[in-house]
Design a protein around this ligand. Structure first.
Ligand SMILES: [Zn+2]
Length: 435
């Protein structure tokens, strides 16, 4: 079928619309390929540096578009529409919504290309790329290309990349349909987006959609969504022209500092180290993991980045635990344990331990304040010379959440009700602490 002139002109217009957004938002220098992200959380803070310790310089709202420059400590350095540059917690932005239309794909054309940390020959080498390896370019400056590399980014000389030619768009119409269960509906954010009969730029235009049009999601075909309009028309819309809304939103609360925090949770013991014993001959390691999983779920729901020192019943030595906290730049480290007295039924209650007076005690106090509502005695905040606290560079506490060899404490420790209450208290305590 021959395309009419009108169809070709509208395809060109659509293309120029797609690209004009990214060209206008950057200074007219060498920056070429952008990684554009649409904000899906309700509000996200933009900070002066990669971490909670830096001041907030701006706030992003749902639907705002930003450009990723680089990544550090799981934070993105971004350029805002206002051309300001700042940092946001990467886990608050949905990576999956990076528009593939703005990334350039290419292949390596030389043997053993060094992937560099920075765009300079004397910069550290992060790894080697083989000839013909496929790369995604997210950014380009002064002869260097920033590429996606091992869950992060690296720089290589642009001359080592052969840019992939745009494939014939009509090929895409044979693409298979898949259904993403998390997407329910979507909103058009591009002015005059086209609903097409086939998932391709050359596809026949079934309707022109104005901004803020709501669409029902049916399926995904490559870079296209199969959708239905409210008038009942079915067709395909480009994924860069719409914002999908998912049933399980990553962040439902308003922006809080807790959402930007990285929390390391440390379930005491594990594997061949079973910890203390209950009178029923069950192990401390089992309950510390159960409690930590409840805390993790609660904190993740609030948007926080949560890292566990162990996720299952396996042995982890003491030293790797604070080391992990340092590696991920944790804003708080919380170790969960259960106490044991020399004889059964001798002692009861919870104790909150800190090591450093200025580094750890404020965190200990904030958490401990919440434990007054637990059905166990709050034995208060105390100094504790534990390795996981002593060797920790990050704010750290160790919580003994009851005596496992006390009859009454044990009943609570193993109950889902008590474990959930502990998780709720730690969530509230952390919210206070990060305020
Ligand atoms: Zn223990």
């Amino acid at each position: 079928m021959r395309h009419t002139t009108k169809q070709i002109i509208s395809a060109v217009l659509l293309l120029s619309l797609i690209f004009s957004g990214s060209w206008l938002s950057v200074p007219a220098t060498a920056y070429a390929h952008q990684e554009t992200i649409t904000v899906t959380a309700n509000t996200v803070n933009v900070r002066m540096g990669p971490g909670l310790a830096y001041d907030t310089m701006a706030q992003l709202k749902k639907g705002d578009k930003i450009t990723v420059i680089t990544q550090k400590n799981s934070w993105y350095q971004v350029r805002l529409a206002s051309d300001k540059i700042g940092w946001v917690a990467s886990w608050l932005l949905k990576n999956t919504e990076i528009s593939s239309a703005t990334n350039v794909k290419g292949t390596i054309n030389t043997a053993n290309v060094a992937a560099k940390e920075n765009p300079a020959d004397d910069s550290d080498t992060l790894g080697t790329l083989q000839e013909n390896a496929a790369v995604t370019v997210v950014y380009e400056q002064a002869g260097w290309s920033q590429i996606l590399f091992k869950q992060s980014v690296a720089w290589i000389k642009t001359a080592y990349i052969t840019e992939q030619k745009n494939k014939d768009n009509t090929q895409k119409s044979t693409q298979q349909l898949t259904v993403d269960q998390s997407i329910k509906s979507m909103t058009v954010h591009e002015a005059n987006a086209k609903l097409r009969a086939t998932p391709a730029l050359g596809g026949r235009i079934a309707a022109t959609l104005t901004r803020k049009t709501q669409l029902t999601y049916l399926a995904t075909a490559g870079d296209w969504y199969k959708v239905q309009t409210q008038a009942g028309k079915t067709g395909y819309v480009a994924n860069w022209a719409v914002t999908p809304s998912t049933s399980n939103k990553p962040v439902t609360t308003n922006a809080s500092d807790l959402a930007e925090a990285t929390i390391v949770l440390d379930p005491g013991h594990g594997g061949r180290d079973s910890g203390a014993l209950s009178q029923k001959k069950t192990y401390e390691k089992t309950y510390t993991l159960q409690i930590v999983k409840k805390i993790a779920a609660k904190l993740r729901q609030a948007g926080a980045r949560v890292v566990l020192t162990r996720k299952k019943d396996k042995y982890v030595g003491l030293a790797p635990r604070p080391a992990l906290a340092k590696k991920v730049h944790a804003d708080a480290f919380i170790s969960i344990h259960l106490d044991s007295s020399p004889k059964d039924n001798q002692a009861s209650g919870t104790t909150t331990y800190y090591y450093g007076k200025s580094k750890d005690k404020p965190l200990a106090k904030a958490l401990n304040q919440q434990f007054n509502n637990l059905t166990l005695d709050n034995r208060g905040v105390e100094f504790g010379n534990f390795l996981v606290l002593r060797d920790n560079k990050q704010p750290a506490v160790l919580l003994e959440m009851g005596y496992i060899n006390d009859r009454h404490d044990y009943k609570r420790i193993r109950s889902s009700y008590y474990q959930t209450k502990v998780a709720d208290d730690i969530y509230t305590g952390l919210k206070q602490y990060f305020k």
